[in-house]
Design a protein around this ligand. Structure first.
Ligand SMILES: Nc1ncnc2c1ncn2[C@@H]1O[C@H](COP(=O)(O)OP(=O)(O)OP(=O)(O)O)[C@@H](O)[C@H]1O
Length: 589
């Protein structure tokens, strides 16, 4: 039942290919009939040779012509069966490829839409395993023809009906034999499934380890962690191997068992059928038909055994893919949006906002901030005081547990997410660049002509940096912009935001990696960019925020001080302390 429910998940995908599917299904009966007719024809040939009772139209002609007819029909049956089976397999494989390709796209976009909270607790490697290995396992079920088991079941029904119509006792004996064997297959299958799920989990862990080490390779090499990390990897690998070992037993046992049972069934038919032949109640032709039928009858189960691993891996894959697809999106679009024709002046209000990443650990408590349109605000405070979290909430990367955040008078939960993120221009502490050209990284999804792009780069003082790159704006960047310095990456991140013309600019330590002269040039350009825009700037180096209209000082998730640089210094509180320390070069923020 559970498997059926899992398979139901594939229905919407199969529905998209309903014409191919209908064709494949309509071929099931003809293929089964073409397969079932062969033993009948062989049986008839033996009957004709032995002068036993055969079909009436065969009895009406001489033996040689009857045999020629039978051989001709047998040849046609084989050819028709091959042609039909070939077309069916082609159709099924095409359906499978289209299904898994669509599934991969859906999984990818669902994963991208899942909240950061979900990604915080799910290692990247595990997600990669679901998107690649699991989807591949499902593709394998279609690709290897394992899905042909369904066709074999139809063949089984056709053969069973034919057998019962020819000789009921022999037919019933063969059918009853199927009951314990099917039970055995199902129980072994359940055990195999559990073992296979563990294999996939361990594979996910293996991929996580690999991905983490490759991503942090610089640190691994710098701290000489190669040996230690390799040892850890070997442990994970060992667990994976053990998990695979757990499946091998079922895999080998079931194939051998079924092969043996199908041979035993032939022997049984020979023994019972032989007795019936000697007693004269059935002819040798009928016995031959039954021996051939008994082998065909076990085909579905033998196929199931041969494809056992693939089918089970496919079902496990559907289970795991389903789990991911069922993970609800925490950050959802509102059902009805407030009209986005509101004035986009850039007013930001935090009203009694409380937030925790983990339930037992409040990070922000009763945050009340009112940022007027065009106002420049600086958020300062010790490390871990919650500055970045404030920005994440404003961008709706996480959702607050209490309170409201308003952008231009509208609760951000009621704004379409693309609209919200278009209106906020964010430069984060860790700049992320995609592989691709510099120009692509700057424009991302915004529509911007080459000329506008070049002009903006000039305005932002990016020209000297672009000149240094081998192909200027067309220079290809490695993954994460690995062939640029941190400062260069940050300059690009700022330009990328400027291009979007946001009404609120958010910068988290945006100029931290720049040398003093580049920073001075950029500050100049930034002040142009900031004119008439609301700005929220996070900075550790207090000198960079002195000019802000207002400075908010955060401490353990609360706003503890608020005012201009001069006011706050005069107050002699936390800000004044931090500023003093920095001036003396002793800052330990
Ligand atoms: N994804 C997360 N899951 C759980 N806790 C987190 C997560 N991100 C941050 N935290 C915790 O939340 C607190 C506030 O973090 P936040 O990044 O907002 O601080 P910050 O003031 O920006 O610090 P910094 O100045 O070092 O950038 C920290 O104690 C941090 O450990």
């Amino acid at each position: 039942m559970k498997d059926l429910r899992r398979l139901q998940r594939l229905l919407p995908y199969l529905a998209r290919d309903r014409r191919r599917l209908f064709l494949a299904i309509s071929l099931l009966l003809p293929v089964a009939a073409a397969s079932a007719v062969q033993p009948l024809l062989v049986g008839q040939a033996i009957s004709v040779l032995r002068g036993e009772q055969a079909w009436w139209w065969l009895q009406a002609m001489p033996m040689a012509s009857a045999l020629r007819w039978l051989i001709g029909l047998l040849l046609i049956a084989v050819l028709v069966r091959l042609a039909l089976q070939g077309s069916q397999s082609l159709l099924v494989q095409t359906i499978g490829q289209r299904l898994t390709s669509q599934l991969r796209v859906d999984l990818f976009s669902h994963t991208l839409n899942l909240s950061l909270r979900f990604h915080d607790r799910t290692p990247v490697g595990k997600l990669i395993t679901r998107l690649t290995n699991d989807v591949d396992a499902l593709a394998e079920v279609f690709g290897s023809g394992a899905i042909g088991v369904i066709a074999d079941v139809v063949t089984f029904v056709v053969i069973a009906s034919l057998m019962l119509s020819i000789n009921r006792p022999l037919g019933l004996m063969l059918l009853f034999l199927q009951i314990p064997i099917t039970w055995l297959v199902i129980s072994l299958q359940q055990r195999y499934r559990k073992a296979n799920y563990r294999v996939r989990e361990e594979l996910g862990q293996l991929n996580s380890d690999l991905q983490e080490n490759l991503q942090g390779l610089e640190v691994v090499q710098m701290f000489r962690r190669e040996t230690l990390n390799s040892e850890r990897f070997a442990i994970t690998n060992g667990k994976y191997r053990k998990a695979v070992d757990g499946t091998i037993f079922y895999d080998s046992a079931i194939s051998a068992l079924l092969e043996w049972i199908s041979l035993a069934a032939v022997a049984l038919v020979l023994a019972v059928g032989g007795h019936l032949v000697t007693s004269g109640s059935v002819g040798l032709g009928v016995l031959t038909t039954f021996i051939l039928f008994s082998q065909r009858l076990f085909d579905p189960l033998r196929q199931l055994a041969e494809r056992f691993t693939q089918i089970q891996a496919g079902l496990t894959a559907i289970e795991r893919i389903g789990e991911l697809l069922d993970t609800p999106l925490e950050i959802k679009e509102a059902k009805s949006f407030i009209s986005s024709d509101q004035p986009k002046s850039g007013e930001v209000i935090f009203e009694d906002v409380c937030f925790a990443y983990r339930d037992d650990e409040p990070i922000l408590e009763n945050i009340n901030i009112h940022i007027k349109p065009g106002e420049h605000i600086a958020l300062v405070g010790p490390t871990g005081s919650g500055k970045t979290t404030v920005i994440r909430l404003l961008c709706r990367l996480y959702e607050q547990q209490q309170g409201r955040i308003l952008l231009d008078g509208v609760d951000i939960r009621e704004l379409p997410i693309p609209d919200l993120r278009q209106r906020l221009g964010v430069v984060l502490q860790d700049t992320f660049l995609f592989s691709g050209s510099v120009a692509n990284n700057l424009t991302l999804n915004s529509e911007c002509s080459r000329h506008e792009l070049e002009q903006l780069c000039k305005d932002l003082g990016l020209a000297p940096m672009l000149e240094k790159l081998p192909n200027g704006l067309d220079t290809s960047l490695r993954e994460r912009g690995g062939n640029l310095s941190s400062g260069e990456r940050q300059l690009l991140a700022i330009a990328r935001v400027a291009l979007r013309n946001p009404s609120v600019l958010v910068m988290d330590e945006a100029t931290a990696f720049l040398d003093p002269s580049t920073e001075a040039t950029l500050q100049n350009d930034l002040s142009k960019l900031l004119t008439n825009r609301t700005a929220i700037v996070i900075a550790h180096r207090l000198a960079t925020v002195e000019a802000s209209d207002r400075i908010l000082v955060l401490k353990r998730g609360r706003v503890v001080e608020e005012g201009s640089h001069i006011d706050l210094r005069a107050q002699g509180g936390l800000y004044a302390q931090l500023a003093d320390l920095q001036e003396r070069g002793l800052a330990t923020l």
